[in-house]
Ligand binder design. Sequence first.
Ligand code: B12
Length: 221
Amino acid sequence: MLEQIIKSYNEAIFDTDREQALHVIHSAITQGVSPEDVIFKIVIPAIEQMVKSISEDFDANLAQHFMTAQIAAEVTEEMLAHFSKPPQVIGRVVIGTAEGDLHSLGKRIVMGCLKAQMIEVTDLGVNVPAERFVAEAVAHGARVIGISAMMAHTARGENGCLRVRQLLQERGLEGKIKIIVGGAPFRFDHELYRTVQADAWAEDGISAGKIITDLIREVQP
Ligand code: B12
């Protein structure tokens, strides 16, 4: 039964048919599939499969990638309320697009993937000043700040990650809050995250979840 549900869900995702994808999930629940299995056996494998296929043909698969992450976030939020044991949230992250940068699609995909991986995420939106990244991280008790930057100057610029690092240092928050970056410039240059003094980078939402989980564990409580 589960195999058929997975197949139907993947077909709906492939067709970017949100209604059908949600219908498959809801009928799976009616047929007795647990909310935990919905997330870990249906939703996350679908994202992983999408990440593999997008690396083969980025533009052709963008719509599916986006839809997969959107539905993943939607289903995860709905299922969490029905977990038999309260879900164990791994940690909190604040995420936004760097100052001067209005690109939001990649960040939204990452957010969907993080939610599905039990990481609580607060969206700060786009064009986020460095000061706000730090203030919101402190206010939300976040252990990781995620900065999305799609343009060379917002990735490398003085008002982006470099400034966030400087503020963490000035406020004695080094080691308590980690920084992860992502976006096209970091995919082109895998060492750029070091240049901008981030702790890590990730090329997509699934790997972001895994790397963020490691960063959270490194942070002193
Ligand atoms: C769509 C798009 C737009 C849309 C954005 C719509 C939106 N709401 O997001 C619009 C039309 C608004 C736009 C505007 C502009 N754009 Co534009 N845009 C793009 C385009 C085609 C795709 C970006 C995208 O959405 N990719 C899809 C997502 C899924 O991929 P992604 O963002 O890389 O995200 C993935 C990973 O990088 C990672 N990730 C992303 N963020 C994060 C964050 C963290 C913390 C982590 C861990 C991981 C992570 O995970 C994501 C999921 O897999 C790119 C070209 C490209 N191929 O990248 C140009 C591009 C980024 N744009 C560019 C430019 C120049 C502009 C404009 C200046 C154009 C203009 N003259 O007005 C404006 C800038 C506006 C501004 N101030 O930001 C240039 C940047 C060049 C450069 N080197 O700096 C690019 C590269 C196009 C080009 N080749 O010239 N753009």
